[in-house]
Write a protein that binds this ligand. Sequence first.
Ligand code: B1M
Length: 222
Amino acid sequence: MKELLEKLSVCVEYGKIDIKSPYPPNMKDQMGAHELTRDALEDGISPSEILEEALIPAMSRVGQKFSRNEIFVPQMLMAARAMSSSMVHLKPYYLSGQTKRKGSFIIGTVTGDLHDIGKNLVAMMIEGSGWEIIDLGVDVSADKFIKAVEIHPGAVVGLSALLTTTMEHMRKTVEVLKEKYPALKIFVGGAPVTAEFCTKIGADFYAPDPQGAVEYLKTLAQ
Ligand code: B1M
């Protein structure tokens, strides 16, 4: 089991998507994140073990290598693609299949920010806990969030940011949304975001991870 997870982690780190993928050249014809995730699940390894022991550590190594200038944006992008090909297999496990929804949850990555893996994970787990998800994607303007709230009154809003530069857009988005909808519940997350920042910008809640987000929503659902 450990060996399989290690192989999967290496595939994500080096951006090996599936067996057909020619990238990286030294892993040609080897199984990739797609096949290894499928095999791990078939072997009874849980989705949370796959996430916590293979996928998330791989992305963390990718980030460290990027910081040290050992890899560049294209390699980071390939790693993200490999991780996404793995997440496709995990998604069904997080969906509860229940039809009665606890509420609607609007989520997006704020203006200027294209990172969506963490946001997708949060959306996936919240959906699995029984909420309807309205995923606005990445680079989402405050205006787009406002339109979504108009269409889904009573929804909770979640904002994700991965760049220190886009935290400022998060602040502005919270300001604009709260001005128009003072009772709207907004929660924020993403690697550079902290509880202190959340309080400072007037958001209602900060979740460091998807589980924190799910727990918070439980306190709001009727
Ligand atoms: Co970018 N990137 N990136 N990147 N990237 C980081 C974030 C960085 C830390 C890398 C580094 O320098 N070490 C750095 C940011 C530095 C900073 O601002 N402090 C960085 C940079 C600089 C950049 C560019 C500027 C690079 C460039 O062009 N020179 C550029 C910016 C593009 C843009 O957005 N405008 C860029 C581009 C990219 C790619 C497109 C190549 C790719 C993203 C692909 C994609 O998302 N589809 C990418 C990647 C992959 C990364 C790293 C390596 C991995 C991010 C990731 O997916 N992590 C990242 C380094 C790192 O994080 N270690 C890095 C895995 C994911 C599961 O974790 O997203 O943190 P995370 O989500 C977590 C929690 O944060 C939380 O739950 C998730 C699960 O635990 N969470 C929430 C997230 N959102 C939440 C919302 C919530 C609650 C919890 O409530 C609403």
